[in-house]
Design a binder for this molecule. Structure first.
Ligand code: AMP
Ligand code: ZN
Length: 471
């Protein structure tokens, strides 16, 4: 039985999808005005673990992640760089896709963009006005939180306290300081669309309500995002969607713990961030993913290089076993009863029960490492590699390490994929081959050693030299 901690009820609940065998899941995605940082990457990777585990359990997952492509931050960046907001958004949308793929994150089923859903957003705002939940003030439309009875139910915030605290902010256009913008009239030069209220653009919160309901239905299963989004973003999403549709918006709310640096959240505004792209120069996607998998998605995680270094060492154990299997399979012998000596089913059960317990990836990693230790021992007991056992071990690693966690690979796909980096490595390999032919052994060793310093290990085969990138 899968249980999930639901921020709404503040307890673990059995997960039952609305429609048997299908899951509709929405995760708040990036505002595309810059490269994303490894704090964002932690949220993207945690949602990837969850999605892949749900798929492993046999669910058909419709996974939507929005791209906020109209926003003050985009407009400011465009002004600063003398570009149009659209150019900025398109550039960083491409960068987002590039980096997400490098991190081994499976692309979402759909990436709805705000600018492509202006009609849906306008019609949701119209419904909110009709239902008496929103008002137009000089071309700006606000949500009236006093009309929504359950405002505060997700964050557990007390509205009177919030209003008290918000009084300092004086905004004469709003009836109540907590009311938030659904539609903003545009200043000259800003991206803008025609609407019944003004030429303007949507607020941030309404974008997620309109796009999630459009693509996943008025009520859907899982909505996730970083902890910072519980209030006000997700609270506002609930208010808008339930007020417009008169139905429960989301059944399970999941929130990701923050990646902190020196116990302060990593964020662009604090300037204490490192982009995922920079990080991928020093650490492989597998190492980064494994580092994140070792902490529960809901817990805060303090970023430290030591943690990454130890993740790197841990991965070596998985890679060694994978190498052992790959090397042994060709010369393996049939030993049908080799399976009876090693109880793989027990590890599978333990792995599943860890993941069924609110996606407890650290516990599941523990199971994986117990498995690796015992699998090595079981193989040691045979003078010649037993094929059936090798295949069963490989299967387990394929599902867990390579599949759900994405921290190892039997294909070494990253080594073979065409890329400028791989082509340059191939070029250096041919320089080394040429040097050896000319008996310039100092040069050939130099190439090998310098590549090794970069974590690229050459393996001399009979007719060809191949390479492996260490994590
Ligand atoms: P943003 O581009 O800032 O809107 O963030 C995109 C996603 O990353 C959202 O789900 C955020 O909640 C999440 N996020 C932002 N900063 C962090 C962090 N330091 N650690 C974990 N998740 C974060
Ligand atoms: Zn959102």
């Amino acid at each position: 039985m899968l249980v999930i901690y639901n921020t709404l009820s503040k307890q673990k609940e059995e997960f039952i999808p609305l429609e048997k065998g299908k899951i509709k899941m929405y995760v708040c995605g990036p505002t595309v005005y810059d490269l994303f940082h490894i704090g964002n990457a932690r949220s993207f990777i945690n949602s990837d673990f969850i999605r892949k585990y749900l798929e492993y359990k046999g669910y058909e997952v419709s996974f939507a992640m929005n791209l906020t492509d109209v926003d003050d931050k985009i407009i400011n960046k465009a002004n600063a760089e003398n570009k149009t907001p659209r150019e900025v958004a398109e550039f960083f949308t491409r960068a987002f896709f590039d980096d997400i793929v490098k991190l081994g994150v499976k692309p979402a089923t759909i990436y709805p963009k705000a600018t492509e859903h202006i009609g849906d957003i306008i019609s949701m705002i119209e419904r909110l006005i009709q239902n008496g939940y929103a008002y137009n003030q000089d071309g700006n439309v606000f949500f009236d939180i006093s009309k929504f009875k359950n405002y505060g139910k997700l964050s557990g915030k007390n509205i009177d306290d919030l209003i008290e605290g918000a009084r300092v902010e004086i905004n004469t256009a709003k009836q109540n300081p907590l009311d938030f913008a659904l539609w903003k009239s545009a200043k000259p030069g800003e991206p803008a669309w025609e609407s019944p209220w003004s030429t303007g653009r949507p607020g941030w919160h309404i974008e997620c309500s309109a796009m999630s309901c459009k693509h996943l239905g008025d009520t859907f299963d899982i909505h996730a995002g970083g902890n910072d989004l519980i209030f006000p973003h997700h609270e506002n999403e609930i208010a808008q969607s339930e007020a417009a549709n008169g139905k429960t918006f989301v059944r399970y709310w999941l929130h990701f713990g923050f990646l902190n640096i020196n116990n302060e959240k990593m964020s662009k505004s604090l300037g204490n961030f490192q982009t995922a792209r920079d990080f991928l120069v020093h650490y492989s996607a597998e190492t980064i993913r494994f580092f994140f998998a070792q902490t529960h998605y809901g817990a805060p995680l303090n970023f430290a290089n030591e943690g990454l270094e130890s993740a790197k060492r841990g991965l070596q154990k998985i890679d060694n076993l994978i190498q052992r299997i790959t090397n042994s399979l060709e010369s393996a012998v049939d030993v049908p009863d080799s399976l009876s000596a090693f109880d793989i089913a027990q590890f599978r059960t333990a792995f599943e029960s860890a993941m069924d317990d609110d996606f407890n990836t650290p516990r599941a990693c523990g199971v994986l490492f117990d498995f690796i230790r015992d699998a090595n021992k079981a193989l040691d007991a045979y003078p010649a590699a037993p094929r059936q056992l090798l295949i069963a071990i490989k299967e387990f690693l394929d599902i867990t390490a390579a599949g759900i966690f994405g921290i190892a690979s039997f294909e070494q796909a990253n080594t073979n994929a065409p890329s400028l980096e791989n082509e340059l490595i191939e070029l250096l390999i041919s320089v080394r081959v040429e040097a050896k032919k000319q008996k310039q052994y100092q040069l050939s060793d130099f190439v090998r050693d310098e590549l090794a310093k970069l974590g690229i290990v050459l393996q001399d085969g009979k007719d060809k030299t191949t390479f492996k990138k260490l994590s």
